[in-house]
Write a protein that binds this ligand. Structure first.
Ligand code: ADP
Length: 161
């Protein structure tokens, strides 16, 4: 069985991430969307909240939601995954992603990193930008699934608007 891990912060998941998972499902039997527990960052949504939000995006049993802390390569080994999926939106993503892919290869040579690109309309989209626009009460309905929009409104205290 071909298992891919799609790691990230997903704070929160956006239509860009959803697009990538759907592409991944065409290539792999199972995609494990894996929320990184990062003690150095203060996220908007807790790991449990992010995981629950991600789960609601994917009815398919071939998408599994999990979280991990520590080294991604250790998590991949534990899950029996041989592929890491990452997104490349623009050139700006490239340097960091390449560094990570090379380091992960040093640590676990059998693990391949696969880069996918989203639909052009999502290529400028990031969780950070979505959080900022939502905080300023802007319309984010085109950028996230409806239940994510509701969760963001609840977080920023404008659930009734
Ligand atoms: P991280 O903090 O690991 O970058 P993110 O949740 O921001 O976590 O992103 C996880 C992965 O999803 C990364 O590979 C990122 O490049 C990719 N990604 C983020 N936003 C998009 C998008 N709009 N389209 C495609 N890929 C994306």
């Amino acid at each position: 069985m071909a298992i891919a891990i799609f790691p990230g912060s997903f704070d929160p998941i956006t239509n860009g991430h959803v697009d990538l998972v759907e592409r991944g499902l065409k290539m792999f039997d199972k995609v494990i969307v894996s929320v990184l527990v990062n003690p150095n960052k203060t996220p908007l949504f807790t790991v449990a909240e992010r995981s629950a939000i991600i789960r609601r995006c994917f009815p398919s049993e071939r998408v599994v939601v999990d979280s991990f802390r520590g080294l991604l390569v250790d998590f991949a080994r534990e899950k029996g995954a041989k592929v890491i999926m990452r997104g490349l939106r623009a050139v700006t993503d490239f340097e960091y992603e390449l560094q990570m892919a090379m380091m992960n290869r040093e640590l676990f040579p059998e693990l391949e990193t696969v880069f996918l690109t989203p639909q052009t309309v999502y290529s400028y989209l990031s969780s950070k930008l979505v959080r900022e626009v939502a905080n300023l009460k802007g319309d984010i309905s085109k950028f996230v699934p409806p239940h994510v929009e509701v969760a963001l409104k609840e977080k920023f205290g404008n659930a009734s608007s």
